[in-house]
Design a binder for this molecule. Sequence first.
Ligand code: HQG
Length: 178
Amino acid sequence: MEQRALVRLSKRMSLALRHEPGRFGLTPDHGGWVTVADLLTALRVGRPALDQVVAGNDKQRFAVERGADGVERIRASQGHSYPVDLGLTPTPPPPRLYHGTGAAALDSIRATGLHRGGRHHVHLSPDVETARRVGARRGGAVVVLTVDAAAMADGGHVFYRSANGVWLTEAVPSAYLN
Ligand code: HQG
């Protein structure tokens, strides 16, 4: 499949698995999994195209696993806007994490900290480069904030690391931002 078609399919998979499964006639389990067969039917694509998206995805957004029942299931590794239990284990973060955003959001973030918005968690990046890419999605000037994750963890804030390396936490008070 050609690159542009792959990106389009990846976006439809994100929509179906993270945001609006009902619109595709899908009913994810509590962990956000649907069977690969159901997803293929819902999106009207073949298995090779799905495999290409899962394997080639720049951010490894999707995870495929075979259950004890022998059935293959797929879910998004993070980024859901409907309630889902990813079953992630609280994990001590590296001392510093990064958050890329648009310059327009800066005053508000300095005043009130980072909020999770429509998602389950605030998303933090392990390195400046990744954060810069996340911020660049907003268009315009990019700001990369440094999060004092060590101090947050000391203060009792819980962190999780998604299967694709994104760090997640409930909120980041502005005192921990630089
Ligand atoms: C901002 C993509 C004003 C925050 C990416 C961000 C990531 C505030 C936006 C993943 C604020 C939320 C998540 C405050 C936070 N005032 N603005 N107090 N607190 N914000 O898309 O982190 O491609 O929900 O800075 O690569 O940008 O979907 O979060 O700009 O990993 O796989 O509110 O989404 O991954 O935007 O991105 P988002 P995000 P995928």
